[in-house]
Design a protein around this ligand. Structure first.
Ligand code: NAP
Length: 250
């Protein structure tokens, strides 16, 4: 069987890097998306050495339309089709409302739409979420809005623009929590949109993990966090939020 190909955003360190490592070890061709080209190439070289697998870096800043377009061009020029996209890149910045929403919510949306023509039918999209995005953390009205089965992508996008314009107030939790709650809702919406192509879209939570983001005191290892994320890469279901392969409350 021909090797399958995966792209991991923010794959140059942390959970994303370990996801890339496991996929390469399992025989996947892996593209390490990194906003800093050099960091992406270095991570790919490091993992090639460790795993003997096939990895390469690709420049990809999830906050930039131009960067996503140029990544899509690289894939097209190389006749590369994706079997899995892992939207892992994320930031945790309590005070940076616009950048947090841009990276954690609009990033996965931008990358998904930009690379959609390069995804094979039947591919998987895994959006890396957080328990901090649980609807129970949100103001009731906002939680009902996100949980509404009739929610559309346009309404969700408009709500995130409003949230940023409003300075990140009024949703009952911080920008990080809102970004991940909205990402969970986006996951459900995209799952329905992409079902005709057999593309499965799920959100997976790594738990609280010892990375630069999670800090040294976090209870879970990078291996455990990555395993929870990796479940989405071969998922047979679509539209849910999962941790360690078990469905959790959105
Ligand atoms: N660690 C936890 O406890 C935890 C818990 C729940 C969910 N998560 C989620 O898991 C994912 C990975 O987290 P982590 O702990 O591995 O974080 P991390 O160690 O801080 O790594 C974050 C990665 O995202 C990349 N990134 C940030 N902004 C980007 C952008 N605009 N374009 C492309 N890449 C960008 C970073 O690239 P640079 O090296 O260039 O900065 C880095 O590779 C995130 O989505 C996070 O929200 C983490």
């Amino acid at each position: 069987m021909a090797a399958r190909t995966a792209l991991v955003t923010g794959g140059n360190r942390g959970i994303g890097q370990h996801v890339a490592r496991v996929l390469a070890t399992d025989g996947w061709d892996v593209l390490i998306g990194a906003r800093d080209k050099q960091k992406g190439s270095s991570a790919a070289a490091r993992l090639r050495k460790d795993t003997g697998g096939r990895l390469r870096g690709v420049e990809l800043d999830v906050t930039s339309d131009a960067s996503v377009e140029s990544c899509a061009r690289v894939l097209r020029d190389g006749a590369i089709k994706l079997d899995a996209l892992v939207n892992n890149a994320g930031i945790y910045g309590r005070r940076e409302v616009p950048l947090t929403i841009e990276t954690n919510f609009f990033g996965p949306l931008r990358v998904t739409l930009g690379l959609l023509p390069l995804l094979r039918d039947g591919a998987t999209i895994t959006n890396v979420t957080s328990g901090l995005g649980e609807l129970s953390n949100l103001d009731g009205e906002r939680a009902r809005f996100l949980a509404d089965p009739a929610l559309t992508r346009d309404a969700l996008v408009a709500a995130m623009h409003d949230f940023v314009r409003g300075g990140g107030k009024g949703w009952g939790t911080d920008a990080y929590g809102v970004s991940k709650a909205a990402l969970n809702a986006l996951t459900r919406v995209l799952a329905a949109e992409l079902a005709p192509r057999g593309i499965k879209v799920n959100a997976t939570c790594p738990g609280w993990v010892r990375t630069d983001m999670g800090g040294r005191g976090a209870p879970r290892s990078v291996e455990q966090g990555a395993a929870s994320v990796l479940w989405g890469v071969t998922a047979g279901v679509s539209g849910g939020v999962f941790r360690d392969g078990k469905r959790i409350a959105p």
